[in-house]
Write a protein that binds this ligand. Sequence first.
Ligand SMILES: [Zn+2]
Ligand SMILES: [Zn+2]
Length: 230
Amino acid sequence: MLLTAFRGPRGKATSLSFTHVSSGLVLDALAELARRTGAVIMPHECPVLLQREHDRRHLPDDDMRAPAIVVPPADWSGRAIEQVVSPLPEPPQRPVLPRFAYHSLVGVVVPTDEPCVCCGQVRGWVYTGPVFGAEAPGAGICPYCIAFGKAAARYGATFNDVIDGDVPDEVAREILERTPGIPSWQSPRWLTHCGDAAEYLKALDADGQPTSYQFRCRVCGTSLAYSDFT
Ligand SMILES: [Zn+2]
Ligand SMILES: [Zn+2]
Protein backbone atom coordinates (compact mmCIF):
# COMPACT_ATOMS: atom_id res chain seq x y z
CA MET A 1 0.00 0.00 0.00
CA LEU A 2 1.20 3.51 -0.79
CA LEU A 3 0.05 6.41 1.39
CA THR A 4 0.48 9.94 0.04
CA ALA A 5 -0.29 13.10 2.02
CA PHE A 6 -0.86 16.35 0.19
CA ARG A 7 0.03 19.38 2.28
CA GLY A 8 -2.24 22.37 2.27
CA PRO A 9 -1.52 25.96 3.37
CA ARG A 10 0.49 26.36 6.60
CA GLY A 11 1.77 22.80 6.42
CA LYS A 12 -1.58 21.25 7.34
CA ALA A 13 -2.23 17.90 5.68
CA THR A 14 -5.51 18.19 3.80
CA SER A 15 -5.56 15.18 1.51
CA LEU A 16 -4.52 11.58 1.87
CA SER A 17 -4.20 9.20 -1.03
CA PHE A 18 -3.95 5.44 -0.67
CA THR A 19 -2.88 3.42 -3.67
CA HIS A 20 -2.15 -0.27 -4.26
CA VAL A 21 -4.51 -1.18 -1.44
CA SER A 22 -5.06 -4.92 -1.13
CA SER A 23 -8.44 -6.14 0.05
CA GLY A 24 -9.21 -7.56 3.49
CA LEU A 25 -7.75 -6.08 6.68
CA VAL A 26 -6.27 -2.99 5.01
CA LEU A 27 -9.65 -2.04 3.56
CA ASP A 28 -11.27 -2.58 6.97
CA ALA A 29 -8.70 -0.26 8.58
CA LEU A 30 -9.24 2.31 5.81
CA ALA A 31 -13.02 2.12 6.29
CA GLU A 32 -12.59 2.59 10.03
CA LEU A 33 -10.32 5.60 9.50
CA ALA A 34 -12.79 7.19 7.08
CA ARG A 35 -15.71 6.46 9.42
CA ARG A 36 -13.98 8.09 12.40
CA THR A 37 -12.93 11.20 10.49
CA GLY A 38 -16.19 11.58 8.56
CA ALA A 39 -14.25 11.37 5.29
CA VAL A 40 -15.58 10.45 1.85
CA ILE A 41 -13.83 7.74 -0.13
CA MET A 42 -13.17 8.40 -3.81
CA PRO A 43 -12.10 5.14 -5.45
CA HIS A 44 -10.46 5.68 -8.83
CA GLU A 45 -13.05 5.53 -11.67
CA CYS A 46 -15.75 4.23 -9.29
CA PRO A 47 -18.68 5.93 -7.53
CA VAL A 48 -17.72 8.02 -4.49
CA LEU A 49 -18.72 6.64 -1.09
CA LEU A 50 -20.43 9.10 1.25
CA GLN A 51 -21.42 8.73 4.88
CA ARG A 52 -24.17 11.34 4.74
CA GLU A 53 -26.41 12.58 1.92
CA HIS A 54 -25.40 16.05 3.09
CA ASP A 55 -21.83 15.45 1.80
CA ARG A 56 -22.97 15.02 -1.80
CA ARG A 57 -23.08 18.76 -2.47
CA HIS A 58 -19.45 19.10 -1.34
CA LEU A 59 -18.23 16.94 -4.23
CA PRO A 60 -16.40 18.96 -6.90
CA ASP A 61 -18.66 18.27 -9.92
CA ASP A 62 -21.96 16.80 -11.09
CA ASP A 63 -20.29 13.76 -12.68
CA MET A 64 -19.20 12.76 -9.20
CA ARG A 65 -22.32 13.93 -7.36
CA ALA A 66 -24.89 11.95 -9.32
CA PRO A 67 -23.50 8.41 -8.94
CA ALA A 68 -22.18 8.86 -5.37
CA ILE A 69 -23.44 6.19 -2.97
CA VAL A 70 -24.43 6.92 0.63
CA VAL A 71 -23.33 4.18 3.02
CA PRO A 72 -24.35 4.90 6.63
CA PRO A 73 -21.34 5.00 9.00
CA ALA A 74 -22.50 1.84 10.81
CA ASP A 75 -22.19 -0.11 7.52
CA TRP A 76 -18.74 1.13 6.56
CA SER A 77 -16.37 -1.77 6.23
CA GLY A 78 -13.71 -3.09 3.92
CA ARG A 79 -16.42 -5.20 2.30
CA ALA A 80 -18.60 -2.16 1.56
CA ILE A 81 -15.66 -0.49 -0.18
CA GLU A 82 -14.88 -3.66 -2.08
CA GLN A 83 -18.46 -3.94 -3.37
CA VAL A 84 -18.12 -0.52 -5.00
CA VAL A 85 -14.56 -0.95 -6.24
CA SER A 86 -14.96 -4.55 -7.47
CA PRO A 87 -18.63 -5.20 -8.18
CA LEU A 88 -19.60 -8.78 -9.00
CA PRO A 89 -18.80 -9.65 -12.61
CA GLU A 90 -21.60 -9.88 -15.16
CA PRO A 91 -23.09 -13.38 -15.38
CA PRO A 92 -21.37 -15.31 -18.17
CA GLN A 93 -23.09 -15.40 -21.54
CA ARG A 94 -24.38 -18.85 -22.33
CA PRO A 95 -22.46 -20.58 -25.12
CA VAL A 96 -24.32 -21.08 -28.38
CA LEU A 97 -26.11 -24.39 -28.74
CA PRO A 98 -24.86 -26.93 -31.26
CA ARG A 99 -26.94 -27.22 -34.44
CA PHE A 100 -28.61 -30.50 -35.26
CA ALA A 101 -29.59 -31.29 -38.83
CA TYR A 102 -32.67 -33.25 -37.72
CA HIS A 103 -33.78 -31.58 -34.47
CA SER A 104 -34.82 -28.01 -33.59
CA LEU A 105 -33.86 -28.53 -29.90
CA VAL A 106 -37.32 -27.20 -28.92
CA GLY A 107 -38.34 -28.70 -25.58
CA VAL A 108 -35.20 -30.75 -24.90
CA VAL A 109 -32.58 -28.35 -23.47
CA VAL A 110 -32.59 -26.04 -20.45
CA PRO A 111 -29.89 -23.68 -19.13
CA THR A 112 -27.65 -24.97 -16.35
CA ASP A 113 -24.48 -23.96 -14.54
CA GLU A 114 -23.67 -27.59 -13.64
CA PRO A 115 -20.99 -29.53 -15.51
CA CYS A 116 -22.07 -32.23 -17.97
CA VAL A 117 -21.99 -35.74 -16.47
CA CYS A 118 -20.38 -37.08 -19.66
CA CYS A 119 -17.65 -34.55 -20.62
CA GLY A 120 -17.32 -32.78 -17.25
CA GLN A 121 -17.46 -29.36 -18.93
CA VAL A 122 -19.74 -26.50 -17.93
CA ARG A 123 -21.48 -26.08 -21.30
CA GLY A 124 -24.34 -23.83 -20.11
CA TRP A 125 -27.04 -26.25 -21.31
CA VAL A 126 -28.31 -29.68 -20.32
CA TYR A 127 -30.38 -32.13 -22.37
CA THR A 128 -33.72 -33.09 -20.80
CA GLY A 129 -35.14 -35.49 -23.41
CA PRO A 130 -35.21 -39.31 -23.40
CA VAL A 131 -32.01 -41.38 -23.08
CA PHE A 132 -31.90 -45.12 -23.87
CA GLY A 133 -29.21 -47.60 -22.84
CA ALA A 134 -28.57 -49.58 -19.64
CA GLU A 135 -25.24 -47.85 -18.95
CA ALA A 136 -26.40 -44.37 -19.88
CA PRO A 137 -27.12 -41.68 -17.27
CA GLY A 138 -30.78 -40.68 -17.47
CA ALA A 139 -30.01 -36.99 -16.97
CA GLY A 140 -27.20 -34.45 -17.01
CA ILE A 141 -25.79 -34.91 -20.54
CA CYS A 142 -24.96 -31.73 -22.47
CA PRO A 143 -26.16 -31.29 -26.07
CA TYR A 144 -22.54 -31.19 -27.31
CA CYS A 145 -21.96 -34.75 -26.07
CA ILE A 146 -24.97 -35.78 -28.17
CA ALA A 147 -23.85 -33.80 -31.24
CA PHE A 148 -20.26 -35.10 -31.14
CA GLY A 149 -21.32 -38.70 -30.45
CA LYS A 150 -19.46 -38.73 -27.15
CA ALA A 151 -22.39 -39.98 -25.05
CA ALA A 152 -23.12 -42.70 -27.62
CA ALA A 153 -19.48 -43.85 -27.64
CA ARG A 154 -19.01 -43.69 -23.89
CA TYR A 155 -22.27 -45.21 -22.63
CA GLY A 156 -23.74 -46.88 -25.71
CA ALA A 157 -26.49 -44.31 -25.32
CA THR A 158 -29.14 -43.65 -27.93
CA PHE A 159 -31.67 -40.83 -27.82
CA ASN A 160 -34.18 -42.23 -30.26
CA ASP A 161 -35.58 -45.71 -30.72
CA VAL A 162 -37.93 -46.19 -33.66
CA ILE A 163 -37.48 -44.77 -37.16
CA ASP A 164 -40.71 -44.88 -39.12
CA GLY A 165 -39.53 -45.79 -42.63
CA ASP A 166 -36.36 -46.65 -44.58
CA VAL A 167 -33.36 -44.33 -44.51
CA PRO A 168 -29.65 -44.95 -45.26
CA ASP A 169 -27.72 -46.56 -42.38
CA GLU A 170 -25.67 -43.42 -41.82
CA VAL A 171 -28.84 -41.34 -41.39
CA ALA A 172 -30.32 -43.95 -39.04
CA ARG A 173 -27.15 -43.86 -36.89
CA GLU A 174 -27.21 -40.08 -36.79
CA ILE A 175 -30.84 -40.07 -35.60
CA LEU A 176 -30.32 -42.76 -32.98
CA GLU A 177 -26.87 -41.78 -31.62
CA ARG A 178 -26.23 -38.12 -32.40
CA THR A 179 -29.66 -36.47 -32.44
CA PRO A 180 -31.71 -35.46 -29.37
CA GLY A 181 -34.89 -37.40 -28.74
CA ILE A 182 -38.55 -36.42 -28.84
CA PRO A 183 -40.04 -35.39 -25.47
CA SER A 184 -43.15 -37.56 -25.86
CA TRP A 185 -45.58 -39.39 -23.59
CA GLN A 186 -45.47 -42.70 -25.45
CA SER A 187 -42.70 -44.43 -27.40
CA PRO A 188 -41.53 -41.76 -29.81
CA ARG A 189 -41.32 -42.37 -33.58
CA TRP A 190 -39.05 -40.57 -35.98
CA LEU A 191 -40.87 -39.70 -39.19
CA THR A 192 -39.24 -39.95 -42.63
CA HIS A 193 -40.03 -38.60 -46.11
CA CYS A 194 -38.31 -38.63 -49.51
CA GLY A 195 -35.86 -41.32 -48.30
CA ASP A 196 -34.47 -39.09 -45.53
CA ALA A 197 -35.29 -38.62 -41.88
CA ALA A 198 -37.49 -35.57 -41.37
CA GLU A 199 -36.54 -32.65 -39.14
CA TYR A 200 -38.30 -32.62 -35.77
CA LEU A 201 -39.77 -29.17 -35.07
CA LYS A 202 -41.89 -29.21 -31.90
CA ALA A 203 -44.70 -30.82 -29.90
CA LEU A 204 -48.10 -29.14 -30.04
CA ASP A 205 -49.90 -29.70 -26.80
CA ALA A 206 -53.51 -28.51 -26.65
CA ASP A 207 -55.47 -29.12 -23.43
CA GLY A 208 -57.51 -32.32 -23.56
CA GLN A 209 -56.23 -33.08 -27.07
CA PRO A 210 -53.61 -35.58 -28.14
CA THR A 211 -50.10 -34.13 -28.35
CA SER A 212 -49.05 -33.64 -31.97
CA TYR A 213 -45.35 -34.09 -32.89
CA GLN A 214 -44.48 -31.90 -35.84
CA PHE A 215 -41.81 -32.67 -38.45
CA ARG A 216 -40.85 -31.26 -41.81
CA CYS A 217 -39.29 -33.10 -44.74
CA ARG A 218 -35.79 -31.77 -45.36
CA VAL A 219 -36.07 -32.58 -49.06
CA CYS A 220 -39.55 -31.41 -50.20
CA GLY A 221 -40.64 -29.32 -47.19
CA THR A 222 -43.84 -31.31 -46.55
CA SER A 223 -45.20 -30.94 -43.00
CA LEU A 224 -45.54 -34.24 -41.16
CA ALA A 225 -46.96 -35.14 -37.76
CA TYR A 226 -48.14 -37.95 -35.53
CA SER A 227 -50.09 -37.80 -32.27
CA ASP A 228 -50.20 -39.58 -28.93
CA PHE A 229 -52.16 -39.33 -25.69
CA THR A 230 -50.96 -38.67 -22.14
ZN1 LIG B 1 -20.97 -33.03 -22.31
ZN1 LIG C 1 -40.32 -35.09 -48.75
